[in-house]
Ligand binder design. Structure first.
Ligand SMILES: NC(=O)c1ccc[n+]([C@@H]2O[C@H](COP(=O)([O-])OP(=O)(O)OC[C@H]3O[C@@H](n4cnc5c(N)ncnc54)[C@H](OP(=O)(O)O)[C@@H]3O)[C@@H](O)[C@H]2O)c1
Length: 239
């Protein structure tokens, strides 16, 4: 029987590449995004999967997304919580990081993965499946596009560890924490890219495939759970 993977936020960037790599490994992949439906449908067609639109930051839509995956495929083996959002705010500009912005970022980056895992728990247990959360170097080091974003990714890192304890031995839960990756999200971050290229031990920013490679390793590594793997070319060692 074919294994089923759901990758949230997979219409572009890291999520799209994770979808491609999972499909290349034989998974049937469900592609998701919030508003970029044409791009999501194109990725789904490319990987021979299906596309389901949903704003995962909306609890009802997140639960409905899992219900639709199960109605379509009857099982779920791998859940990659990749959808994320931010707002670029100077860390010293505390007033700009309003509670409204905090709530929007926490809804998508922290509460959505928890809701999706909760809704998928029984199916993941039945499949002896796994979860990979896409967090950020900003959740490990005091850096990132804004304080709410960095704090949200730190929260998702800790949630990953807690859920690995709570859901073992049936379900493994791990995270990848990317540094600067070249995607539409960072296409105009030239100054940041120049800084990373200058100081990171690997002397370059990352590609979506650098991250997808580690996601695939975590999916395959049956004795690894509760780990947050930083994928940053060593940036965090020197930044
Ligand atoms: N690029 C980096 O340097 C970097 C570094 C560290 C961590 N990350 C993390 O990696 C993940 C992917 O980022 P990326 O760089 O690949 O960005 P991207 O190319 O902009 O892709 C983001 C994806 O998430 C989807 N998305 C956003 N909000 C969503 C929502 N509420 N519901 C469903 N889908 C949603 C987007 O679809 P729509 O456009 O339709 O909303 C898109 O498919 C994020 O979690 C991000 O925090 C990225």
């Amino acid at each position: 029987m074919t294994s089923i993977a759901l990758v949230t936020g997979s219409s572009s960037g890291i999520g799209a590449q994770v979808a491609r790599r999972l499909a290349a490994d034989g998974f049937t992949v469900v592609v998701n995004s919030r508003s970029s439906t044409a791009e999501g449908e194109a990725v789904a067609a490319e990987v021979g999967g299906t596309y389901l639109q949903a704003d995962v930051g909306d609890e009802a839509q997140a639960r409905e997304l899992i219900a639709k995956v199960l109605a379509l495929h009857g099982r779920l083996d791998v859940l990659v919580n990749n959808a994320g959002t931010t707002q670029v705010i100077d860390h010293k500009d505390l007033g700009a990081a309003t509670p409204e912005i905090w709530r929007r970022i926490l809804d998508v980056n922290v509460i959505a993965p928890f809701v999706l895992i909760t809704a998928a728990e029984a199916a993941l247990r039945e499949a002896t499946g796994c979860v990979v959360n896409v967090t950020s170097l900003a959740g490990v080091r005091p850096t990132g596009s804004s304080i709410p974003y960095a704090a949200s990714k730190a929260a998702l890192n800790h949630t990953t560890v807690l859920l690995a304890k709570a859901l073992g031995p049936g379900v493994r839960v791990n995270a990848v924490a990317p540094g600067l990756i070249d995607t539409p999200w960072t296409e105009d971050w030239d100054a940041v890219r120049a800084g990373v290229t200058a100081i990171a031990p690997m002397r370059r920013s990352g590609t979506p495939d650098d991250v997808a490679e580690v996601v695939m390793g975590l999916v395959r590594s049956l004795y690894v759970t509760g780990q947050v793997v930083v994928v940053d070319g060593g940036t965090g060692l020197v930044a």
